[in-house]
Design a protein around this ligand. Structure first.
Ligand code: BES
Ligand code: ZN
Ligand code: ZN
Length: 530
């Protein structure tokens, strides 16, 4: 296996044997809130601890509430031969236990370890719950355990304490000594059992997924003076080189030749040149399905001449989250050797109010020859996506899915923990809903009734780019629908709310979240298994 992209991602290690013998800085042990209902393995550990865990439960000092943690210190022989610390981690009610809660608990435990400066932690592959989860095998559970711990302690440090701001894919990290977990060990405490290889495969997949999400978060969190379309393109090239993917970067002249008038209308206000980036993973199997993922890559959204307020643009470096998620999803798909092919299409540009910028009232011609009256230059995402969706059809994909921080209205409708889902194809919609349910990246379906099209009627062109203040996220999706067609099932995911977190929760850290990577990977995996 090739080394990871992110130097910050803790290393994955494996260990075998009873929990009391695992040598590590902190061993995480899951405990349900159902009284002293301890799994066999935790009972064994408790015996080695002379009943300490049971006493803590009996006294009410530790209740096993979901994500509760308590650090305890083994004494005597066990302290020498086994873990230096044990972090009891509340699993909540046994009947509510699922892959989502596993990830949340393992994130809480890793954060507790990090906060006291522990460098190496170990987690039993199922948090020692000894409990079967429907639809989740040992591989899946081990993967979630690693993902939760790794994502929960993510920190954007690429440029902290650096005089020279440059590398996004990092060479070295902050000189200062900081609290950092550098190794996560996944423990197989039943080495005699037949599941050893499953656990290792699952945790390795979890590590690959985490590495992708670390990169996605780094790209989103990078300041917009560094994370330009050029740097995004360079990153795509580096990823492609490392994992033998097909990658093309089309520059301004190429984009002009392709007559992407909608995309160009956004790019023309900026000094920074735009780029259309494609990155493709083709599986070995002949006749594999092929999905096109389109990611909005506005590296900074000032609104253009329809300028945003100072507050309104303060986090608009996040507006390339769709592109970051698509790039890193393709990377993980290749490393996981998924059976479904996937091409990522990333239209990347700044949206700036330069003297050459598009003016409200301008009419432009998209790649598919639709004429668009641009009445608000801040509704730019749909313009670059329109041409990218048209371009995606050239790959004859089984499905086209775009993912974009598209509208403030989506945040108003669904808040910051749920993304809006749209599709013209019921099967595709159901598949995405299933992938969402199984990863905890929440989606909620929104309607695409025909009557919304009336809001986009223009007096002088085929269509206008804004549909008024009512149902703003739906009219944005309806605009995109115009560029999709019946031969290529299309779906749209509006991540305006979920792409960035104002404060951390579970495995989601403050700042760029990488929302969508897990969801899209599961979707692709499910497609390949049909
Ligand atoms: N990038 C924004 C959407 C956005 C807003 C994302 C807040 C995350 C947080 C998008 O380009 C935009 O500005 N949309 C406008 C559309 C409007 C002018 C029709 C919006 O939502 O206000
Ligand atoms: Zn905008
Ligand atoms: Zn935008």
């Amino acid at each position: 296996m090739k080394r990871n992209i992110s130097k910050e991602l803790p290393k994955l290690a494996f260990a075998q044997g009873p929990l009391s013998t695992i040598k590590t800085g902190a061993l995480v042990v899951g405990v349900f809130s159902n009284g002293d209902d301890l799994s066999q393995e935790v009972q064994r550990l408790d015996t080695a601890l002379k009943g300490k865990i049971k006493r803590l439960i009996a006294s009410g000092d530790f209740k096993g509430k979901l994500k509760e943690t308590l650090t305890i210190y083994p004494e005597g022989g066990m302290a020498d031969a086994g873990p230096e610390r044990i972090i009891l981690a509340g699993l909540g009610k046994r009947e509510d236990f699922n892959p989502d809660t596993i990830r949340g608990v393992s994130a809480a435990a890793a954060k507790a370890a990090k906060s006291i400066g522990v460098k190496k932690i170990a987690l039993p592959f199922d948090l020692a719950s000894g409990c079967k989860i429907e639809g989740a095998d040992h591989a899946r559970v081990s993967g979630e355990v690693f993902i939760g711990a790794a994502l929960g302690i993510y920190d954007y440090t690429a440029i902290k304490g650096k005089k020279k701001l440059l590398k996004i894919i990092k060479d070295d990290h902050g000189e200062e000594e900081k609290k950092r977990i550098d190794e996560i060990t996944v423990v197989n405490y039943r080495p005699g059992g037949a599941n050893g290889s499953e656990i290792e495969e699952g945790a390795t997949a979890g590590m690959i997924i985490s590495d992708s999400i670390y990169l996605a978060r780094d790209l989103i969190n990078a300041p917009p003076n560094l994370m330009t379309p050029r740097l995004l393109a360079r990153t795509a090239k580096e990823v492609a080189f490392r994992y033998q993917l097909i990658c093309d970067v089309f520059k301004l002249d190429d984009i002009k030749k392709m007559k992407m008038g909608a995309f160009l209308s956004v790019a023309r206000g900026a000094k920074e040149p735009p780029a259309l980036i494609t990155i493709e993973y083709v599986p070995k199997e002949k006749g594999a399905k092929n999905v096109a993922l389109v990611g909005k890559g506005i590296t900074f959204d000032s609104g253009g001449l329809s300028l945003k307020t100072a507050n309104g643009m303060s986090n608009m470096k996040t507006d390339m989250s769709g592109a970051a998620v698509v790039l890193t999803t393709v990377m993980a798909a290749a490393r996981l050797k998924l059976k479904t092919g996937v091409v990522g299409i990333l239209p990347a540009t700044e949206n700036m109010p330069g003297s050459n910028a598009t003016k409200p009232g301008d009419v432009v011609t998209a790649m598919d020859e639709t004429t668009i009256e641009i009445l608000n230059t801040d509704a730019e995402g749909r313009l670059i996506l329109a041409d990218a969706i048209t371009y995606a059809k050239k790959y004859e994909p089984t499905a086209v899915i775009d993912i974009a921080t598209l509208t403030g209205a989506a945040i108003v409708a669904l808040g910051r923990k749920v993304a809006a889902l749209y599709s013209t194809d019921d099967e595709l919609l159901e598949r995405l809903k299933a992938a969402s349910a199984s990863t905890g990246e929440k989606l909620w379906p929104m309607p695409l009734y025909k009557h919304y099209e009336e809001q986009l009627k223009s007096d002088i062109a085929d269509i206008k780019n804004v549909g008024g203040k009512e149902a703003g996220c739906i009219t944005a999706a309806t605009f995109l629908k115009h560029f999709a067609d019946n031969d290529h099932p299309w779906a749209h995911i509006d991540i305006a709310g979920t792409a960035r977190a104002e404060k951390e929760y579970d495995w989601v850290t403050k700042g760029g979240t990488g929302f969508g990577v897990m969801l899209l990977l599961r979707f692709l995996k499910m497609m390949g298994e049909e």
